[in-house]
Design a protein around this ligand. Structure first.
Ligand code: CP
Length: 309
């Protein structure tokens, strides 16, 4: 039995195969409409979510399965003090697979150690968000045609942004990927990403503060929200929250085929006027999240082997 805690839990060839499956699901959804009949997905979300929880639920329903779960710690027995370990033991009796989001880093890993069913990390604190990364990889590969030979700009809250940490971990395994890390000093990537991931693997990267200084060289611009919920004081958040606002004017220097991505939700970091730009792909990206989560559910339940794709 396999769990998914980090994008590194899958080899590059396993990720390529999962993305192939997701592309096939997009093309022929009816082929997979009964694949999970009789199976149940539990969504255990101790933190708010729109895309991840609902796209997981849509994914299981699209596969013919059923869903159950809770959408906040307050609506589960966590509010009475139940541990994640005890909760997953119970969920293991009710469901075949579980997607878990938790504000504490490592909580889904703790759950996986006691679980009798596959556990998927649906975001743990400021640490990792592997299914967002699979979504991002599918989006980039589908729209660019490849995952190597790209200059990727990551902009905003690179300190607390778990989507950024997971995406860097995943993309360093492809050839000739260069990162431009665009953030204010206080929101730079954590040292463990800079030293143990980027430098240790000889990955080309630069760190800049001004988005305008990087724009013209980017193949992908990945905007992120400043993570209010991870700040220790509101004053710092208010000072930093509008540090970057992508608008039409700032895009003047961008390549014509640059992809603008964002894991969403956005607050103010992409002006609504950008939504009409042909390079704006963040809503399409959210749609890819359903296909990739369908592919992931099939893979972890070992039902992917029933299909040729
Ligand atoms: N991208 C993402 O994780 O969105 P939600 O918080 O809405 O799930």
């Amino acid at each position: 039995m396999r769990h998914l805690m980090s994008p590194l839990d899958f080899s590059v060839s396993e990720i390529d195969r999962l993305l192939d499956l997701a592309n096939d699901i997009e093309k022929q959804p009816e082929k997979y409409a009964h694949a999970c009949e009789g199976k149940k997905l539990a969504t255990c979300f101790y933190e708010p979510s729109t895309r991840t929880r609902l796209s997981f639920e849509a994914a299981m329903l699209n596969l013919g399965g059923s869903v159950l779960g809770f959408s906040s710690a307050n609506s589960s027995s966590a509010a009475k003090g139940e541990s994640v370990s005890d909760t997953i033991r119970i969920i293991s009796c009710y469901a075949d697979i579980c997607a878990m989001r938790h504000p504490k880093e490592g909580a889904p890993l703790v759950a996986s150690e006691k679980s009798k069913i596959p556990v998927i990390n649906a975001g743990d604190g400021g640490h990792q968000h592997p299914t967002q990364t699979l979504t991002d990889l599918l989006t980039i590969r589908s729209l660019k045609g490849h995952l190597g030979n790209l200059t990727i700009g990551l902009c905003g809250d690179l300190k607390f942004g778990r989507t950024v940490h997971s995406l860097i971990n995943a993309l360093i395994r492809y050839n000739n990927v260069k990162f431009v890390l665009i953030s204010p000093e206080e929101l730079k990537v954590p040292d463990y990403i800079r030293e143990d991931v980027l430098k240790a693997n000889n990955i080309e990267f630069e760190e800049v503060e001004r988005l305008e200084d990087a724009m013209s060289e980017l193949d992908v611009l990945y905007m992120t929200r400043v993570q209010k919920e991870r700040f220790f004081n509101e004053e710092d958040y208010i000072r930093l929250k509008d540090f970057y606002v992508l608008n039409k004017q700032k895009l003047a220097e961008a390549k014509d085929d640059m992809l603008i991505l964002h894991p969403l939700p956005r607050v103010n970091e992409i002006a609504v006027e950008v939504d009409d730009d042909p390079r704006a792909c963040y809503f399409k990206q959210a749609q890819y999240g359903v296909y990739v989560r369908m592919a992931l559910i099939l893979t972890l339940l070992e039902l992917d082997k029933k299909f040729e794709y």
